[in-house]
Design a protein around this ligand. Structure first.
Ligand SMILES: *[C@@H]1O[C@H](CO)[C@@H](O)[C@H](O)[C@H]1NC(C)=O
Ligand SMILES: *[C@@H]1O[C@H](CO)[C@@H](O)[C@H](O)[C@H]1NC(C)=O
Ligand SMILES: *[C@@H]1O[C@H](CO)[C@@H](O)[C@H](O)[C@H]1NC(C)=O
Ligand SMILES: *[C@@H]1O[C@H](CO)[C@@H](O)[C@H](O)[C@H]1NC(C)=O
Ligand SMILES: *[C@@H]1O[C@H](CO)[C@@H](O)[C@H](O)[C@H]1NC(C)=O
Ligand SMILES: *[C@@H]1O[C@H](CO)[C@@H](O)[C@H](O)[C@H]1NC(C)=O
Ligand SMILES: *[C@@H]1O[C@H](CO)[C@@H](O)[C@H](O)[C@H]1NC(C)=O
Ligand SMILES: *[C@@H]1O[C@H](CO)[C@@H](O)[C@H](O)[C@H]1NC(C)=O
Ligand SMILES: *[C@@H]1O[C@H](CO)[C@@H](O)[C@H](O)[C@H]1NC(C)=O
Ligand SMILES: *[C@@H]1O[C@H](CO)[C@@H](O)[C@H](O)[C@H]1NC(C)=O
Ligand SMILES: *[C@@H]1O[C@H](CO)[C@@H](O)[C@H](O)[C@H]1NC(C)=O
Ligand SMILES: *[C@@H]1O[C@H](CO)[C@@H](O)[C@H](O)[C@H]1NC(C)=O
Length: 688
């Protein structure tokens, strides 16, 4: 690369000096072979390249082309940089006629088809980036590219085994990226010949079998990325020979056995991921005494024994994920000596059974603490300690402190907290007043507990909340008027949500006594007060919550009318008011809720005509049943004063209505598309 950039530089300098010369002598401008090759390439594409169309002579003035100029002979094309140009068409063989090409970047285009064998024989090519196209075919070719340094065909549709003799005549290769294709079979033993390799990316394929011994001969390897394949067997202790490794990711494979105790020589290793395999046995001593590691991800295995992280050595450890294993308790108090810890997940280790050590108050850098189903006891002590972790933004404690009272100490402070989840824990008591000081809360899930008492006014003043779930508790009293302001600072761009967005949480599925795994970033803006003992009216101001997508109030004792202001919740997709004591009519204005795809008012005391039009054509009858005389053509004919049916439904009318009901799927699909679109526009579905 360095040599290449030097020559690019010299071209730029030369270009300034020489330009008038070769403009006046265009026939000499570039080599005729190169000229033909570029023209053939351009002609065969489905669409013209910007700036290449029209009467151009020569090669070197075209966008994306760099030539090497020499005074005596016609200049040669050395670099073709056409990434992200929306190029469409088959891969064009004529490019391989650019004999002096050193740099070829066609990534992020729509090129399809097979690669020509000649491509792998380009003697001067140093950098080949064809990533993010629709290229396909199998990959058994003789590679003879003596100067190749960086080879990137990631994110295409290549299939079959990697049969290429990757480095037979290309031993200078430093980077090989075959990730996110459909390669299968084993990694060829010949990989050992790639002695200069620094980065090897094979992630996101269907590769299987044991890792070949040869891979551990690649002494210059700095990054080995094998995530999301089907590699199996033990991880060889020869991994310890890769002394230059900085990042090793073997997560989401089928590795088993114990993790080898061979990390003491890996003095540069910063990142080790081996999550979602079947590793068992204890944490190896050399791994938990690694001074260089900053990120250790071992979640979702069957590792056992104590959590033996030695913080006096692991001074750089920042991310520690040991969730879903069978580690023995207690949670070691010494963990608090890992001063840089910002992310700690010990959840789903059901044998931990302990208190949270009070020393955790020293984890001042801690931002994300995930301890779901860690069999914790002593709720009060845990919160006394955690309140000192002033950077804490995510706290997930589902399935702990069973039957304990939620701490009520009004002095507790969690200023930075954005996500608090203590669901499915059967905890008792009223909504704790210290929550009032959590003014940054965006997500609060206290569902599936035994909380009692009323919902205090201050809940409605948490004005960053976009997800509030208090369902499946025993809350009483009315809905506070302050809910009209709930989440009034909620920013529909959710740009401020990125802090916890990569984190996943388990959510209760009412009725099924089970939990659902969801990433926080996939959660729709929600207000869920269902399955409590709330009463009184649905407040008019609820209609202010334009940001709301899901409103669940079912199975309470709400009474009075359904306010027609609810039509102000313009983004609403789901509205469940069933199993309450609501009376009066369904406000016709609700037909203006264009995204509504779920609506249920069954089991109330409603009467009058069900509105028609809009999404209301799509809701099945079961959403309206068990009321005091709701009617429409389908449900039950509405009765006139005289007790006669208001209109006589003919067979024709019925069939017209049956057709009206068809758009249910259409409406739901439209709602879905719009939601997904919204999420994309807002950047909400992407990890930052
Ligand atoms: C190739 O082009 C793409 C898109 O313009 C760019 O992201 C990528 O870094 C380039 N690859 C190399 C090796 O320069
Ligand atoms: C590899 O290089 C050697 C010379 O170094 C040459 O004889 C041989 O033909 C090359 N192999 C291929 C497949 O190009
Ligand atoms: C391969 O190309 C893609 C897209 O340009 C890039 O994101 C990726 O980092 C490249 N891989 C290597 C190893 O450079
Ligand atoms: C846990 O690992 C297993 C394979 O060992 C995998 O099938 C499963 O999807 C993983 N679970 C999660 C939540 O990543
Ligand atoms: C932790 O590391 C220190 C310093 O190397 C060492 O003295 C101590 O024995 C280690 N503790 C354990 C439990 O390995
Ligand atoms: C947050 O973390 C930083 C970096 O570790 C630390 O310096 C700071 O004191 C912490 N803030 C609080 C309030 O503890
Ligand atoms: C949001 O509500 C708070 C009171 O809870 C109020 O002070 C603030 O002005 C409101 N902000 C907006 C944008 O309505
Ligand atoms: C929402 O967030 C974006 C990006 O951070 C910001 O530009 C915009 O002003 C915010 N809107 C409101 C109403 O706070
Ligand atoms: C409604 O809530 C009560 C508890 O308040 C519960 O026993 C009952 O099963 C719930 N009904 C439905 C249909 O979910
Ligand atoms: C339902 O509302 C009526 C008044 O409309 C009231 O008399 C009755 O007690 C309420 N029933 C319940 C179960 O709340
Ligand atoms: C409407 O709610 C009732 C009571 O909660 C439930 O039994 C029924 O299945 C719901 N209807 C639909 C279509 O979900
Ligand atoms: C419905 O039909 C009956 C006879 O079938 C007729 O007497 C009555 O007037 C009709 N009612 C209306 C509203 O058209």
């Amino acid at each position: 690369m360095a040599a290449l950039s030097r020559s690019i530089l010299s071209f730029i300098i030369l270009a300034f000096i020489k330009k008038p010369d070769f403009l006046s002598c265009q026939s000499l401008e570039c080599n005729p072979g190169d000229f033909l090759a570029l023209n053939a390439f351009h002609k065969q594409l489905d669409n013209p390249i910007d700036g290449w169309a029209g009467p151009i002579s020569g090669c070197c003035h075209r966008p994306g082309v760099i030539c090497e100029i020499s005074i005596a002979v016609p200049s040669r094309v050395v670099s073709l940089d056409l990434g992200s140009r929306r190029l469409q068409g088959g891969f064009v063989d004529s490019l391989t006629d650019l004999e002096h090409l050193r740099f070829l970047n066609l990534s992020h285009n729509l090129l399809r088809g097979f690669l020509p064998v000649k491509l792998f024989q380009m003697q001067n090519l140093e950098v080949l980036d064809l990533s993010y196209n629709d290229l396909y075919g199998s990959f058994h070719v003789e590679i003879s590219m003596p100067l190749m340094k960086s080879f990137n065909i990631s994110n295409n549709n290549f299939v079959g085994p990697i049969e290429a003799n990757l480095c037979h005549n290309a031993s200078n290769v430093e980077t090989v990226d075959l990730s996110n294709n459909y390669f299968s079979g084993e990694v060829p033993a010949s990989i050992a010949k790639c002695s200069s390799l620094r980065q090897l990316f094979l992630n996101g394929n269907h590769l299987s079998g044991n890792l070949p011994e040869g891979i551990f001969e690649l002494r210059n390897l700095q990054e080995l990325q094998l995530r999301e394949n089907r590699f199996s067997g033990q991880l060889s202790d020869r991994v310890g020979k890769l002394v230059h490794l900085v990042k090793l990711d073997i997560s989401d494979n089928l590795f088993s056995g114990s993790i080898p105790n061979s990390f003491s020589g890996l003095t540069k290793l910063e990142h080790f991921s081996a999550g979602s395999n079947s590793f068992s046995g204890p944490l190896p001593h050399s791994l938990v005494n690694s001074p260089s590691l900053s990120a250790l991800y071992l979640g979702n295995n069957s590792l056992s024994g104590p959590i033996s992280i030695n913080c006096s050595v692991m001074i750089h450890i920042t991310y520690l994920d040991l969730h879903s294993n069978i580690f023995d308790g207690p949670i070691p108090a010494e963990l608090s000596a890992c001063h840089q810890l910002t992310y700690l997940d010990l959840g789903r280790n059901q044998k931990l059974l302990s208190e949270l050590p009070s020393s955790f108050q020293n984890l001042r850098a801690l931002k994300h603490l995930l301890l779901m189903k860690a069999s914790l006891v002593n709720f009060y002590a845990a919160f006394q300690a955690l309140q000192h972790c002033g950077n804490l933004t995510t706290l997930i404690l589902n399935g702990n402190f069973m039957n304990e009272e939620i701490p009520q100490n009004p002095d507790l402070q969690f200023q930075m907290l954005k996500t608090l989840v203590i669901a499915n824990s059967q905890v008792r008591g009223s909504l704790p007043v210290w929550l009032r000081s959590c003014t940054n809360l965006q997500l609060l899930d206290l569902s599936w507990n035994q909380l009692s008492g009323t919902i205090p006014t201050w809940v409605g003043e948490l004005n960053h909340l976009f997800y509030l779930d208090l369902s499946l508790n025993s809350l009483t009293g009315g809905m506070p008027e302050s809910f009209a302001k709930l989440g009034n600072h909620t920013n529909l761009s959710f740009s401020s949500m990125t802090d916890s967005s990569g984190i996943s949480v388990y959510f209760a599925i009412p009725g099924r006594r089970s939990l659902k795994y969801n990433s926080i970033l996939s959660l729709p803006p929600t207000l869920d007060l269902s399955n409590n003992m709330l009463n009184g009216p649905i407040i008019l101001g609820l209609g202010n919550l334009k940001w709301l997508h899901v409103l669940k109030l079912h199975n309470n004792s709400f009474s009075g009318n359904i306010p027609d202001t609810l039509s102000g919740m313009v983004n609403l997709e789901s509205l469940d008011l069933s199993l309450n004591n609501l009376s009066g009519e369904i406000p016709p204005s609700l037909v203006n809720l264009n995204f509504l795809s779920y609506f249920n008012v069954s089991f109330n005391k409603l009467s009058g005509v069900v509105p028609s039009g809009g999404q209301f054509q799509t809701f099945p009858i079961s959403c309206f049943i068990e009321n005091n005389g709701l009617c429409n053509l389908l449900l039950a004919p509405c009765l006139s004063d005289s007790g006669q049916s208001n209109w006589n439904q003919t067979a024709e009318e019925r069939s017209v209505l049956a057709r009206f009901r068809l758009p249910f799927e259409v409406g739901a699909a439209a709602g879905f598309v719009l939601t997904v679109g919204f999420c994309f526009i807002s950047g909400w579905v992407f990890k930052k």
